[in-house]
Design a protein. Structure first.
Lengths: 487, 487
């Protein structure tokens, strides 16, 4: 049902006038997120100032039958924050307080709107470490990270967001407040609900507090950069480093297209004619770091690197990392529409994946740059195109469908980091199979019977069985009465 | 409904005669697990020889309305494998093949009956490492570990079983075969179903293949042992080690009661009159290990240790670890019934927890030894009693209820490692609250509508709403007809 004036009045009552927005400029600016080609206006935006207000908004949505789309920074890359029909955006970014940093238990308790980089800096000041570092770290929010189970450059050694969520205060799709997990480092009491919730892309709950695990800060780090004539040699070096039982803190690669774009953008002296660049980092105890950096250098040389060098100082290491982090923005300068994907394969399949992705791009005549997390097989094939060129968009979509098929064929997945959202719904069934889809639909339906939270993200709502099944005794009796009235 | 002869014939048809057991001695020996005080005979035991047979057994249970209790080694400590009314035990321990060790991708694919220690040894032979080491490592199965999300001595540094499960082939409670996760190191495609399944204690699925993450084997390790006059000083040392940003591979403590029992049992020269013993280990790069071991030694001395020594060689380190692992068995010699619990608190609350547990034991006049994983706050208060002494058992149960309350009050949990099973059901709602219980019941009901798999473990089946709600269109129409027939 439409979000009526009566509903808007009730929303204003819950969040007060200053927490309510429905002017055209508000609706337009909250109609999209970081995903190209997707846009849909909400009916209103509400800014809750407490957990209780979030719960009240969700209960109202259940009663009045409108939808809710949670939003942090709106920087997601799979459409998770793009509004759906008949929806109200619940904006969490203003709730951005770091509530507690507990050095004795190595935890941080935060509100969902805290920017990831802000937390990382705050704990670093206390000699602690929050490792997950998505490319958008300076703007994305921790609530969004938990919803999408965000990754980053450090995934191979340090894991991703779900490895750091110890507990959640969450408003469920029916408007109850649930606290799950906690500071106890080990906890097997009941189903691991907060693990279900992490990566649920706004469909199973709205996070109002997040308890995160911290690590001690690594004492030292050392960057190493290597140039290769071709991707195959870079991939050989990657395999060699893993085989040597080294787990680098970072192992990123960029292909020639990406290198050229980054150099045009950042002008840091990258050579424009090499086939691939590997950016590595070791962190930890100084003795270990020195040894690993030397080993990685040697392995790259053995794999045929044209040039290998250790970063002269931390500042140079940071410059290289910033160049890598700017890859997306640099590629975005080429054409109006940049589609960043993240098909991921087991690391051993990386060389084959890269070669086949290049072949697909060539065959469809599209411009593609590939960069990514070599250490964990998480590639970002990035297509540069123009959404107004419908013919090219068609070729781009065909190419991506092939790329997902290849990833699945090689034992990988359709998304390593960005989530399914709207963008990858069509490909999920091929990956998880019909039983997997049905289990996810069952889970969603039982937790959100009225399909209030972000419906249509990840999966379609469960298809109704023949006829309509009642959810309550009252409905069952109404149905019985209607049957009695049938001709 | 009872398991009829017709059902037994059908089971024999599925698993063949050699896979079917229902002699009295089979039923008796499969009526209990490692949990004291619980016993219930199944109707039969079946030994499936393939995933398809497991699926057929589960489908039969859905059709014929009997229950299934999965079993590995039957070494669990919360009643997870204890049969329920009208149940058939599905024995997975004979399915014990290591299917693959992939050194390039650092994964191992195993059948559920592989003994944990067997896998650990197999990968160690290839210079790889599977860290989770429950106390029962030489007998427990990986399928059981996944069902219970087992921990061990290495939890603080290396995590627990759920940190190592990358994928599962699982037979769902309705008898479908689902594959979830995979070798791609990062995967955010859809709800994290395999995370829901890990720790589900046999209630949401039967694991037929498990894909586990491996690590490179640590190059070196060094044990350190410290004696203290009292637990408070030991706890101070623990806090000091964490504050020094050291993450030891192991940090175990034993109280005086436990030390005395272990010494009587193992005779390794432990002093009988100290208040507490700390067993530590650092592992990793040799330079780091030497440094951390020296630091831990210094911190223990500063905390007032009576004696501190580094293990002279790996063999001595192993002897100390074996002594710690034998704590349960050693305590079990004192009285006929040994109740091992695992109330867990945030590490900073450890000293208070230990002191209050001692006070509870004193006040109730029961014999208690406490040992555990000091680094992650996971205590094992172990009560030695005699189940035939009903008066004492009553005092023991009262004491444990108080201990769980204290753990929850201190921000902890009722179970760090052993699971809820049957033993801790009464305490779960206090920990997770009614919304948490309802969410778990909802999840269970949607995945297992006929309550086939291990019903009554973790949570009670969802209470029926007023009247009975139909599950199918046919049931709805039957209900409508019966309503029409009402007076």
């Amino acid at each position: 049902m439409p979000v009526t004036d009566a509903v808007k009045s009730e929303l204003r009552r819950i969040v007060s006038d200053r927490g309510f927005r429905d002017e055209p400029e508000d609706l337009i600016t909250h109609a999209y997120d970081g995903t190209p080609l997707l846009e849909h206006r909400p009916e209103a935006i509400v800014i809750p100032q407490s957990t209780e207000q979030v719960a009240a908004i969700v209960r109202l949505a259940n009663d009045a039958d409108f939808k809710i789309v949670p939003r942090g920074a709106g920087s997601g890359l799979s459409g998770g924050s793009v509004p759906v029909d008949n929806s109200v955006v619940v904006l969490l970014s203003p709730r951005r307080e770091i509530l507690e940093i507990d050095e004795a238990n190595l935890t941080a308790l935060v509100e969902p709107g805290v920017v990831t980089g802000t937390l990382a800096d705050a704990v670093a000041a206390r000699d602690l470490f929050y490792p997950p570092d998505p490319g958008s770290i300076s703007i994305c929010t921790l609530g969004g990270n938990v919803a999408e189970d965000s990754g980053g450059l450090r995934g191979l050694k340090y894991g991703v967001t779900h490895n750091y969520v110890m507990g959640l205060e969450v408003v469920t799709p029916t408007g109850e407040v649930l606290t799950t997990g906690g500071k106890a480092f080990k906890n097997v009491a009941g189903y691991r609900l907060h693990d279900v919730l992490v990566g649920s892309e706004g469909t199973l709950g709205i996070f109002t507090k997040i308890l995160l695990r911290l690590l001690p800060r690594p004492q030292a780090s050392q960057g190493v950069v290597a140039h290769f004539a071709c991707l195959e040699e870079a991939a050989t070096a990657v395999a060699g480093i893993i085989a040597a039982k080294i787990t680098p803190a970072m192992m990123e690669f960029l292909d020639q297209t990406t290198i050229r774009c980054v150099e045009d953008f950042a002008k840091i002296g990258l050579p424009r004619d090499i086939g691939a660049l590997l950016l590595m980092e070791s962190d930890g105890h100084p003795a270990v770091v020195a040894e690993e950096a030397a080993q990685m250098e040697a392995i790259c040389r053995r794999a045929g690197a044209l040039h290998v060098a250790q970063a002269a100082d931390p500042a140079e290491g940071e410059r290289m990392k910033t160049a890598r982090r700017s890859a997306f923005a640099a590629l975005a300068r080429l054409k109006p529409t940049t589609i960043l994907e993240d098909a991921t394969v087991p690391r051993s399949a990386l060389p084959e994946m890269v070669a086949r992705v290049e072949e697909v791009a060539r065959r469809h005549g599209i411009l593609l740059g590939t960069f990514g997390h070599a250490g964990d097989g998480n590639l970002h094939p990035t297509l540069c195109t123009d959404e107004r060129d419908h013919e090219e968009i068609h070729r781009v979509e065909t190419a991506f469908a092939e790329i997902f098929d290849i990833a699945i064929e090689l034992g990988g997945t359709i998304t390593g980091e960005h989530g399914v959202g709207l963008s990858k719904k069509p490909f999920l069934e091929k990956l998880v199979g019909p039983p997997g889809i049905r289990m996810m639909q069952d889970l969603k339906q039982v937790m959100d019977p009225r399909a209030v939270l972000n419906p249509g993200k990840i999966i379609e709502p469960r298809p109704r069985r023949e006829g309509r099944l009642p959810n309550t005794q009252a409905e069952a009796e109404a149905m019985a009465r209607s049957m009695m009235e049938r001709p």
